[in-house]
Design a protein around this ligand. Structure first.
Ligand SMILES: Nc1ncnc2c1ncn2[C@@H]1O[C@H](COP(=O)(O)OP(=O)(O)OP(=O)(O)O)[C@@H](O)[C@H]1O
Length: 333
């Protein structure tokens, strides 16, 4: 059974002994037991992950990859089957209360009591975490998430975005050094997404390590300095966002020319080219080939370019490449 006691907020290490890793997972496994007709499910197959202190770290993966399972283990809501997990240097088996005090988790579902006001909800949550009254930061948190003017409104009257911001504040009442956001902007409109991103950046600037799961590649690319891509319960890629993007050394040059083409001109034989009427898409590795060489090859075919654009590879390409591979058959799935 997970430990459901309120975590002790006073046993986290002092600031001068802050660990270099905010979260460290080694060989983490989880098998959900069979129930009824549903067979056992090996949801995590030995996850190794090191999340540096101070980062905004993205856990990216398709539905069912195991992201929520990982987060729920860290939050003390799901019991792991094997391996070790440390939060802020504290082993979740050795000192579950201190480990839980070091983390704040904003779940996917926006479940909150509709008849409490934001101020009451934050106070209640602080009480639950045993934060003494004089140390409570209710007003500062309300301010930080832009809900000061809604402090006394019933939670049920708040918009979806406001509720999500309130959930973030709720997860921060015990000032955890690590904040985990499970799908922070799922179902949130574009404008609000931008303001939530700004808020996450602000929290991070103030020293909080942020871990977020997302389906939105754009979100991971925008916010995260490092990313782990999870698929079928395994980490299939894990690197800084910049390096991950650089691993795909590929750029597309799209040129519209003055003639219909039925075959790839011989001068472009060294490139991968797709044709569509007068449009040529030339794929090239920018670290080895200069764009001028591609343009020269087009000109050498006697073609005049009437329009031109280039497209960098993005996380989407990497994501598709890495998650297309089917799961290995290795016991319960
Ligand atoms: N309580 C449970 N009992 C049995 N199987 C479960 C349970 N919770 C999750 N699973 C299974 O474990 C696998 C991983 O699920 P998990 O929710 O961790 O994935 P996820 O990456 O968070 O997906 P999503 O992005 O849809 O939230 C899935 O195949 C899921 O069906």
């Amino acid at each position: 059974m997970p430990d459901t006691r309120a975590p002790d907020t006073h046993t986290a290490p002092p600031a001068d002994t802050q660990p270099s890793l905010a979260i460290e997972l080694r060989g983490l496994t989880k098998t959900y037991k069979a129930s009824g007709k549903a067979p056992a499910k090996l949801a995590l197959k030995g996850i190794d992950l090191a999340i540096p202190r101070g980062s905004v770290y993205g856990l990216l993966g398709p539905n069912g990859a195991g992201k929520s399972t990982m987060i729920n283990i860290l939050a003390g809501l799901v019991t792991k089957s094997g391996g070790t997990a440390k939060i802020w240097g504290i082993d979740i088996d050795q000192d579950p209360r201190a480990a839980r005090a070091a983390i704040g988790v904003v779940p996917q579902e926006l479940n909150m009591d509709p008849f409490f006001t934001p101020r009451e909800l934050l106070d209640l949550q602080a009480g639950l975490y045993g934060v003494p009254k004089r140390e409570r930061q209710t007003e500062r948190l309300l301010e930080a998430v832009g809900l000061k003017d809604k402090a006394n409104a019933y939670a049920r009257t708040l918009s979806g975005g406001m509720r999500r911001r309130l959930m973030v504040a709720k997860a921060m009442v015990h000032t955890p050094p690590v904040l985990v956001l499970d799908e922070p902007t799922a179902g949130v409109d574009v404008e609000l997404r931008q303001s939530l991103w700004a808020h996450v950046r602000e929290l991070n600037r103030a020293g909080t390590t942020v871990v977020l799961t997302t389906h939105y590649l754009e979100e991971a690319q925008e916010l995260c300095d490092s990313i782990a891509i999870v698929n079928h319960g395994q980490v299939v890629a894990c690197d800084s966002t910049d390096r991950l993007l650089r691993t795909l050394d590929r750029k597309d040059l799209v040129a519209v020319v003055d003639q219909d083409l039925t075959e790839v001109p011989a001068t472009l034989a060294g490139f991968e080219v797709t044709l569509k009427g007068r449009q040529l898409t030339v794929q090239y590795p920018p670290s080895q080939v200069k764009v001028g060489e591609v343009l020269n090859a087009i000109a050498a075919a006697g073609l005049t370019i009437v329009d031109l654009s280039t497209k960098e590879s993005d996380l989407e390409d990497i994501f598709l490449q890495l998650t297309r591979a089917p799961a290995a058959v290795d016991g319960p799935r």
